[in-house]
Design a protein around this ligand. Structure first.
Ligand code: ADP
Ligand code: MG
Length: 702
């Protein structure tokens, strides 16, 4: 049960003055992203931090206030000049002066009564707003703030500016946030005293108060002590919840899995190549984990093409030696089928029985797979998340492998945990996530890295080309195809709409068709499963030589003899995505090319990204650059939102806090696994505040 202390923050935002259902709906659009299926709460507003300030400290006097400047003026009201009757478009003017000159405060569609009250003739008032000069006459149209001289202390001289959404006024939002800050109850400190002192962190409530009522623009910088404190809180909540899941997964410990090596050797004998050093290392680490009585919780990180699949197969072979079943989950159906196509022949040579289970298997086919899983006649099953749905029962699932699953929810982990005898878990990711991000996305998992590419790979040449030189490119592609090569043609990413993305792909297909005829194929996310398979098969077998694709479908697809990849509107993609896509080529023994088509002129960040892509193929370097560029995007003001999955923490500013938070969480749970100490109880509050109450429930399930 949530401590009642937190109730004021868990009330719906409509509990605040001036917030009705309409405004609440607008607020829902800008507070924490995970609000999709609940109403916005008062507490959500706390973490909606300003992205800049309006500095109103400039008090130059009327005559010295520059055109366009935000200024605060102390003036004496002289006279009102209402709009002439019947002329709605003429403004209502209030003339006022200070020692330096006279100013017209200008209002359109004014309420005379309100103005007479706010700006009584003969009174001294403080107004703040933007200066405008018309024909040498100073004016201020609709001052942002008007206060009597004796109330002027209440003016926000440094005013926070929040991310807005259409229809929601800054004023309404500021008021709502002010009320939510005022509702913060007296909370015990959950931070370790030492961490707090060393980093000069203010208290939780003080931090929020400071950021929402800044005294200086510095206060709303992510580098301020107040913001860093909140980022640390958020990291700590995240690390605690991941550690709780991990403890639970570990506690439901499986059994040691060992084998005599016969099946593993059988698979190895079937391989047409020998493993790389990093593949061998990863396997030894995995075998050692499997042999231990605690559950394995390991991340296998390896660039695209580094050969994770065969490592997975050899891990599953060991599980089979121990008499158990394995499941390999891929993010898409295409990938699942591809994995099966790669694994099945190798597995068969070692006497292993394989099957596939996705949303597409229906009727008798599906019934047969389910029966085989239930009676243990299937050793290895490959599929999508369908593998872990409730209706699927395993005879003895001992190893669950998840491929290319970048963001892996706690729910999914627990769904897998619920199957079988607490299976060992291996998560494979093709995104070479920097160390710090591994922590946020996966928590404290053991990590194996594949750092080499299989022998015999050629480097990929990367070129950038403006879109207006498309004709030239098409000429080159014609030559390449005549030479027997295969081309992926990736259509632009359109974040706003899958429809438009689809249209872009269809348009490009229609444009290439008259040129290349039957050599062009098309695959996109809206196709039916069988159509997709057919398009992939035709490309793989060389019936088509150019495959036009949207980004959704093809990630991870293996066509080793594809040597060219064209990425349209490359400037719209992030570095990680570009790197992933480029990895579709360079998988065979022939030299490959990646063509990044961009719309010129590219912006600063896009330019940098394209040049990073030209300069390196090292996924870990690219990942670090990505992190840096994201930070810069923010400095350039191009970036709106924070780090995905976080409300206040920005990985590019706060990464240094992560490991401390991880250690802190780990030590706390080691000393107080049930979180019953004074600090443990306080930390439960933190978990609730950052929406990690799922983890609190795990504590109870104990
Ligand atoms: P990943 O999943 O890491 O992107 P894959 O497992 O799909 O990479 O492997 C890419 C290709 O490399 C596959 O065609 C696979 O057969 C091949 N491969 C894997 N390991 C080796 C190796 N040690 N030597 C040569 N080829 C390999
Ligand atoms: Mg793969």
């Amino acid at each position: 049960m949530r401590p009642s202390l937190l109730d004021p923050l868990f009330a719906p935002v409509t509990a605040l003055d001036g917030i009705g259902p309409k405004v609440a709906a607008l607020i829902e659009k800008i507070v924490a992203a995970d609000l999709t299926n609940r109403a916005a709460r008062v507490g959500d507003l706390l973490f909606l931090l300003p992205n800049s300030v309006i500095d109103r400290r400039n008090r130059p006097g009327i005559a010295f206030a520059a055109e366009g400047a935000i200024v605060t003026l102390e003036v004496r009201v002289d006279r009102h000049q209402p709009a002439p009757r019947g002329n709605r478009s003429a403004p209502y003017r209030v003339y006022a002066h200070d020692d330096t000159g006279e100013i017209a405060l200008t209002f359109f569609h004014a309420h005379a009564a309100w103005l007479e009250k706010a700006l009584p003739e003969g009174e001294t008032v403080v107004v703040s707003g933007r200066m405008e000069w018309f024909n040498g006459r100073p004016s201020m149209v609709h001052p942002d703030h008007i206060a009597r001289a004796d109330e002027a202390a209440g003016l926000p001289l440094v005013e926070p500016v929040y991310p807005l959404t259409a229809g929601l006024s800054g004023k309404v939002l500021r008021r709502a946030i002010g009320q939510s800050v005022a509702r913060i109850p007296a909370l015990p400190e959950w931070l370790d005293e030492d961490v707090k002192r060393r980093r000069s962190f203010p208290a939780f409530a003080d931090s929020l108060l400071r950021i929402h009522n800044p005294a200086d623009p510095i206060d709303v910088s992510p580098e301020s002590a107040a913001w860093r404190r909140l980022a640390y809180d958020e990291f700590l909540a995240g690390q605690l919840s991941l550690a709780l899941v991990r403890n639970r997964i570990r506690r439901l410990s499986g059994r040691p899995l060992a084998g005599d090596g016969t099946i593993v050797d059988g698979v190895r004998a079937a391989l047409p190549y020998s493993l790389t050093h990093s593949q061998e290392n990863a396997l030894s680490e995995i075998y050692a984990d499997l042999a231990r009585p605690e559950r394995m919780l390991r991340l296998l990180q390896g660039d695209v093409g580094s050969g994770k699949t065969v490592v997975a197969l050899l891990a599953m072979a060991r599980a089979a030696e121990a008499g158990g079943q394995s499941a390999l989950m891929a993010p898409t159906e295409i990938l699942a089928r591809q994995h099966l196509a790669t694994l099945a022949p190798l597995a068969a040579q070692a006497g292993l029985r394989t099957a596939i289970l996705t949303g597409r298997e229906k009727g008798r086919e599906r019934a047969e797979v389910l029966a085989g899983l239930a009676d243990g006649s299937i050793d290895i099953v490959v599929g999508t998340h369908a593998l872990f749905q409730e209706q699927v029962a395993y005879h003895d699932l001992v190893l669950a492998i998840v491929d290319e699953q970048h963001r892996f929810g706690v729910h999914q982990r627990l769904a897998i945990t619920a199957k079988g005898n607490a299976p060992d878990m291996l998560v494979m990711t093709a995104t070479p996530i920097p160390r710090t991000l591994v922590l946020t996305a996966f928590g404290d998992m053991d990590v194996s890295r594949l750092t080499e590419k299989p022998a015999g790979r050629q480097p990929i040449r990367t070129v950038t080309l403006p879109l207006d030189r498309l004709d030239e490119l098409i000429g080159r592609i014609r030559d390449a195809i005549a030479d027997g090569q295969k081309v992926y043609w990736i259509c632009p990413l359109v974040e706003e709409s899958e429809e438009i993305e689809l249209m872009a792909a269809e348009d490009r297909f229609a444009m290439l068709k008259p040129i290349f005829g039957r050599a062009v194929g098309l695959v996109h996310g809206r196709m039916k499963g069988a159509e997709k398979d057919e398009a992939m098969r035709a490309f793989k077998e060389g019936e088509t030589r150019i495959l036009v694709a949207t980004t959704v479908v093809e990630v991870g697809v293996d066509v080793p003899d594809a040597t060219i990849i064209v990425i349209e509107h490359a400037e719209r993609f992030g570095l990680a995505q570009l790197h992933q896509l480029r990895g579709r080529v360079g998988r065979g023994s022939k030299a490959s090319t990646c063509v990044l088509l961009y719309k010129s002129p590219p912006g600063e960040t896009a330019k940098r990204r394209l040049s990073v892509m030209r300069d390196t193929e090292d996924g870990f370097v690219i990942a670090e650059e990505d992190l840096k560029l994201r930070g810069e995007g923010e400095l350039l003001g191009t970036r709106q939102s924070g780090t995905p999955g976080f409300q206040v923490a920005r990985i590019e500013h706060h990464a240094d806090l992560l490991e401390t938070a991880r250690d802190d969480a780990r030590e706390l749970l080691a000393a107080d696994p049930e979180m019953r100490s004074e600090r443990g109880e306080a930390l439960r509050l933190l978990l609730y505040l950052f929406g990690r109450d799922e983890a609190v429930r795990l504590l109870r399930a104990g």
